[in-house]
Each structure stands twice: as C-alpha cells, then as structure tokens.
Write a protein that binds this ligand. Structure first.
Ligand code: ZN
Length: 395
C-alpha cells in the first residue's frame, strides 16, 4: 500500500507499507498533483486506560461523584451486559478509537474474550485485562478460567493480563495473590489508583497510610515493579511519587474522566515525570469520559498543566504527544512506531485541507516548523474528527 503526498516531520513524502512495516519513505518535493489531497502523518495514539464496552453506557449517571456513580449508575447497568453486548460495545470502541487516531489500548473489563475478539477483528493492538474484585473470588474457577484465556492462542498479538479493580474493591490479601500471579505469568498489573480524595482518605483512616504506601507495604511493587499501571493516580504525596518513580511504574492520566466526575484536576505531571514514573494518557471508559478521543485528551491534559502551574510553557504539544504515544507503547511493550523505514505501520493521517490548518507558511518555514504547526493546531484547535485514516499493522 502506498500513501502519496504525506508530510512526515514536515517533509512532503510518499510512504510505502508492506505487511505492517513501513518499507519506504521517499520525499516528493513538488508532490503528486494527480492526487488532490495532502496529509500529514503521526504515530498512532495509545489509550492507556479504557473499559471499551462502556460505549454502551455512554454518559451514564452524569452529575454523580465516582462512588455514587459506580453504585447507582454503572454496576446495575453492567449487571445486564452479556458477552454479546460486550463484544458489540468493544467493536464500537475500536471503531471510535481507529476513527480518532488510536492504534493501541489498555483495557480493563469482564468477559474479556469478547473484547479480545473485537480488538482482533478490528486490527488493533491491545492489552486486555480481566477486572477482578473481591466478589470474583467467590468463583472457585476464577484463576483456572483466566489461565485458559492466558494460555490460549486466541489472542494473537494482543496481550492479556489481570486487573484488580482498586484498593477499595480488592482486599490486601487478594491484591498480594494477584500480584504473585502477575509476577509468575509475566503479565501487566493494571488497577485504578488514587482516583479520588475519598479513596485516599478512606485508606488513611483504615490503614494509617496513603494508597501507594499501602500497596508498597503489601509488597505489590516488589512483585510487579515496572509492570504496574495505576490508572488516574491523581491524589499523591511526594513519598508516593518517589515510590512509583523508584520502580519506574506507569500511571495513566485520565483528565476528561476526572473532570467529568469531579474527582480532581491537579495531576502532578512534572513531579511524576521527574521522579522516573512513566506518565501515559487515557480517556477512561465512555461512561465517564463520554468519548475515546485521545486528541481531545491531549488538549485537556496540556491545558490543565499550564493552568494549575500558571505557566504556558509547561507540557507543550510535542511533549504531550510523546505522553500519548511513545510512553504508552513503552508501558505495553510495543515496538517503536515513529514514522521511519523499517518501523511498524501504526500511524494516522490528517488531511491538511481544513480551515484548522489554513495559513501555514509552507514556503518560508523549515520542516521542523511545519511539523510543530501541524501538531499545535491538531491538539489545540482540533480533535479526533480531523483524522482521515488510521493504519495499523494488523488491519
Ligand atoms: Zn477506569
């Protein structure tokens, strides 16, 4: 497959893709006038915390805070979901992610065979994690059923892992058990962490220590180390940031979901990054973020950092783009997808024939300046609806 008239790093080029690999990039200075459309290409985005089937629960319980939202709006609706519905919801999610530039996602839900099937059929990369609460341990076959999925050959290039829901839904004993299991099987360990002030205060009242210190005392980080993925990680103190940084854990920031549920907005990006934490970006499920648009999430994350620090230079477009791409791929163990010959073909195209991109001075700008203009305009003036096509090696 060949893509003509594509700006890559500000240089007009043609891209050739064969069997999921970029086999050639040739600059074409004057372009191909026979093709009227001109695009720019960017590496595919990585949505690091989703509950993909929640497309069926979109916008449920608007206006409720997290714990009431879960109990009153989400759990009763989820009780009615069947494997077929979860498959349909996950297919919708994959379509929505592909339409908005995302090529990989990190999911947490139940009936994960349905999500695995959807991701495979849609040609997406994914880590699909089984969400577990204490109630699930009532099922004596919990682990043997999961092992059947983990050892089956049904998931191709996807990865499968375990996801204890949170410290408030899984006891310390079960968290330790699941961390041992993740370590033995070499899987990721994905959980909600310090999403709300209530979660933090409950942990302080019950255990005398905040959530990350509690997990550390349980030995979780010794067991899973950099395979730990803490979704949200919004309410942290310096000690907790140091613990996460020392093991190079990953956190998945979900700014739109946190804002919608009123969970908070002062995500400690700079502090986490500087401590050695791998900071990634996510939308969360559609019940709280309402969409899976990672371009919108990049804008929100960047604007929040500038706002809470009174500093417009914090988290510029190229840096937030790295958070939403390379950092996520590192967490999921995916190969490099910068747009270069020999790399895998996870990328998306944006047609520059749009008012958002009008006024760029192509004649008098360097390639680096052109690229920076595209990226700034896409993130701050655009959203996922500007994406023309998303390419994955598996599609
Ligand atoms: Zn979540």
């Amino acid at each position: 497959m060949k893509y003509f008239n594509v700006y890559i790093d500000g240089v007009l080029s043609d891209i050739t893709v064969e069997d999921g690999i970029i086999t050639d990039i040739a600059s074409c200075e004057t372009g191909h006038p026979e093709y009227s459309d001109v695009f720019f290409a960017l590496p595919g985005l990585v949505n690091m915390h989703t509950h993909s089937a929640m497309t069926l629960l979109r916008s449920a319980g608007s206006g409720l805070p997290l714990h009431r939202w879960l109990q009153e709006a989400i759990f009763p609706r989820e009780a009615k979901l069947t494997p077929q519905l979860i498959y349909k919801g996950a297919c919708n999610a994959c379509d929505e992610m592909l339409n908005t530039g995302t090529t990989a996602f990190n999911d947490m839900y139940f009936c994960i065979e349905s999500t695995i099937q959807a991701a495979r059929e849609k040609g997406m990369r994914a880590n699909v994690a089984l969400s577990v609460t204490d109630n699930d341990f009532d099922n004596p076959n919990l682990i043997s059923d999961f092992m059947k999925i983990l050892t089956s050959d049904s998931y191709g290039s996807l990865t499968v892992s375990i996801a204890p829901h949170s410290i408030y839904a899984v006891s310390g004993r079960h968290l330790q058990y699941l961390a041992d299991f993740a370590k033995e099987n070499g899987t990721l360990f994905h959980m909600h962490l310090s999403e709300t002030l209530k979660e933090r205060e409950d942990c302080l009242r019950e255990n005398g220590i905040p959530p990350v210190v509690y997990l550390d005392k349980l030995g979780i980080f010794d067991k899973v180390g950099e395979k730990f993925i803490g979704a949200h990680s919004l309410w942290l103190d310096p000690d907790e940031i140091r613990i996460l940084g020392d093991v190079h854990a990953t956190v998945a920031h979900c700014p739109n979901s946190n804002l919608k549920l009123g969970s908070g907005y002062k995500f400690l990006y700079t502090e986490l990054r500087d401590a050695g934490v791998n900071v990634t970006l996510a939308t969360d499920g559609c019940a709280s973020s309402d969409n899976l648009d990672m371009i919108e999430a990049m804008k929100t994350m960047s604007l929040l950092q500038k706002g809470i620090r009174n500093d417009p230079s914090v988290l510029p477009a190229n840096e937030v783009f790295g958070v939403a791409t390379a950092n996520g791929r590192r967490a999921l163990g995916l190969p490099d997808n910068t747009i270069k010959r020999g790399n895998c073909s996870d990328f998306f195209l944006v047609n520059i024939n749009n008012i958002v991109f009008e006024g760029i001075d192509y004649l008098h700008s360097t390639p680096a300046q052109i690229h920076e203009e595209f990226l700034n305009r896409l993130i701050y003036a655009g959203n996922g609806s500007l994406v023309s096509k998303t390419v994955t090696p598996l599609s």
